[in-house]
Design a protein around this ligand. Sequence first.
Ligand code: HPA
Ligand code: ZN
Length: 326
Amino acid sequence: EEQLDRIARLPKVELHLHFEGGAPPAFIRGLAKQKKVDIARIFNEDGSYAYRDFWHFLEVYEAATSVLKTPEDFARLCTAVLEESAKNGVVYSETFLSPDFCGGGDLGAWREYLQAIREAAEAAERDMGVTLRGVVTCIRHFGPEKAKRAALCAAETAGDWLVGFGMAGDEKQGKQRDFAYSFDMAREAGLRLTSHAGEWNGPQEVREAVEDLRVERIGHGVRAAPDLAVVDMLAERGITLEVCPGSNVFLGVYPALRAHPIDMLRKRGVKVTVSTDDPPFFHTSMRQEYLGLARAFGWDEEIFAEINRTALDAAFCDAATKEAVL
Ligand code: HPA
Ligand code: ZN
């Protein structure tokens, strides 16, 4: 028990958090009411988000996001998200931001959203001691043309706060290589790269993200596990997996935490890290993720400390920021 307490209180580094996916349902409901948008269908009676499976989740996610309209809405969201992070002992977090949701891919509008979010993040850092950095994500099911606009927004605003580029969305649509142009543009602008792969598709998808997009991190990547050649490739190349165990179990990728491959991947030498993905949607938090893993696999404080070092190592921010947070 004491051991679990210490684990719950550890300072944590999170690499995989969808910004809008961090919105508490009450926050979205409140904005919807204020703006007179009817999205009652996305909530259960108890106020939680209502969806059947991952693909329905993506629809509900986009409906929830549709009430976030102005830069001020996103600034308020930033404060709400970071309050949760701070409560969970998170000291450093990277969040996925989508120009598609922040100004519809228009560069001028995107700059305003980014500025508002960044200011809110800097206030939260002063007030709550949690440091945030942004990773622009294109959305796979929106297609390669929209991805190019997202990449252009990312390239034009790349710097000490906007540190990466990635891809989220429906892995069953298109191929990783369809987005190579956007990932090349982002890389040339100095951005670091990550892509969702191996959450729904198998080992080949993970291999393609590494080989076709040349990413250094993978969102999820867990479905590489059945193919040890791909697992060993990840270990040899030092690719970091942004693993979201609670998300995977909630969405039915694995029947239970004990069946999750994170422990096997770690033992095989893959760099694994732990994140929440979309915490209110999946009824999770960083504390819960840590406690669940401690119970399922007997992980001790040492292992979690190592996981946090791995995460900070793989973080896209500069060295001075890393030194200041852990
Ligand atoms: N996976 C893929 N795409 C997403 C997610 C996710 O968990 N959340 C928001 N977009
Ligand atoms: Zn994700």
